[in-house]
Design a protein. Structure first.
Length: 341
């Protein structure tokens, strides 16, 4: 009988200290996330120095909690998977050093994981991946359409030229006076309003799968300022609904066009903005007439940063023989295509 595979994942690229253990690549046996959102809220965004300090304080506690949840001695773990990048360098370093210390102390293989590969592989905790596939990655730092012809091979066919989708959500929320991170607040507000305000959609050149959200963000800010100057009142829920509709229309239209053009079997949704209820609904509507393309959407807890997704990507990369030396360093600007294996 084949021995079970146990992978520990460690994620500290931004403002979540997370450790998870998964069995045979797809079954979560421990998933601990310590969020720092409360500490960053009053600054309206993530403060890198504060993030690093919190990671240092939390990492050992979170590690112990994950082992306790799994009821597994560390010696049973087959490999330690850790986010090497992209992200905040000081934050990444805490996870990378924790992973190296465990790997060294217990003589375990170390598997480096690209953060976005992790977001994509969150979907493997939902269902088996079928190739070729397309992933729509929408997070705080990235907006990308990633084509995969096989495991561990990532090809970016479209990406944002300016703001990421999550970044646009956060900035618009801030303009409307809502706390960081603004995405969930806009999502909630949008459902109470009507998309009655005319806002732009950046389609870019014919055939391009790239995105651009900075013009939309500026249009929202201008709408608010113009109304203020004229002494008019804009309903924030209508503005939220109009903004969200614009983002979703572009994301869904491009994802659908690319999925058809590339003849994929699955469209995977990935990243923090994948938690958006409007986006989830619009995607299922758009793909309802295409039974040959399976739409896979992770549960909310696996959309935002977590370590189960890092372990899931790590499991495949471990099987494919990807390893890091104990000299592994954080790589804050790591590109996903550089990570191909
Ligand atoms: O993937 P993630 O947790 O961190 C990064 O790797 O960037 O994504 C965080 C982003 C934030 O911008 C947050 O506002 C956004 O995801 N987000 C949402 C929702 N939940 C989180 N955006 C829109 N609607 C949501 N429900
Ligand atoms: Zn993320």
């Amino acid at each position: 009988m084949k021995k079970d595979q146990w992978i520990m994942g460690i994620e500290t690229s931004c403002d979540e200290t997370a450790v998870a253990i998964i069995k045979n690549g797809r079954e979560i046996v421990a998933n601990v996330v310590a969020s720092q959102i409360e500490s960053h809220k009053r600054f309206g965004g993530v403060v890198p120095e504060i993030a690093s300090r919190h990671h240092v304080e939390q990492i050992t506690i979170v590690l112990e909690e994950a082992l306790l949840q799994a009821g597994l001695p560390i010696q049973e773990v087959d490999a330690i998977a850790v986010t090497e990048g992209p992200g905040l360098v000081g934050a990444l370093l805490i996870g990378v050093n924790a992973a190296k210390a465990i790997a060294f102390a217990h003589n375990l293989p170390l598997v480096p994981v690209h953060h976005i590969a992790g977001h994509i592989y969150a979907n493997r905790l939902v269902t088996e991946m079928q190739f070729p596939l397309l992933a729509l990655v929408v997070s705080g730092g990235h907006t990308e359409l990633v084509f995969m012809k096989e495991h561990g091979y990532f090809e970016v066919i479209g990406e944002t030229r300016d703001d990421a989708a999550g970044e646009a959500f956060d900035k618009v929320a801030r303009t409307l006076g809502m706390p960081y991170p603004g995405g969930p607040h806009i999502d909630r507000l949008a459902h109470e309003g009507v998309p009655s305000i005319d806002l732009p959609r950046a389609w870019l050149e014919e055939g391009s799968y790239d995105f651009s959200f900075s013009g939309l963000k500026s249009a929202v800010i201008n709408t608010v300022h113009n109304a203020e100057q004229r002494g008019e009142k804009i309903k924030p829920e209508d503005l939220a609904a109009s903004f969200q509709e614009s983002v979703i229309e572009v994301l869904v239209t491009k994802a659908k066009k690319a999925a058809i053009e590339y003849g994929v079997k699955q469209l995977l949704l990935a990243g923090g903005v994948a938690a958006n209820k409007g986006l989830r609904a619009a995607l299922s509507q758009a793909f309802s007439n295409y039974p040959e393309i399976e739409l896979v959407v992770p549960p909310l807890s696996l959309c935002t940063d977590n370590a189960a997704m890092i372990a899931a990507a790590g499991s495949i990369m471990f099987e494919k023989g990807k390893r890091a030396e104990l000299s592994l360093n954080a790589n804050p600007g790591l590109e996903i295509e550089e990570y191909n294996h």
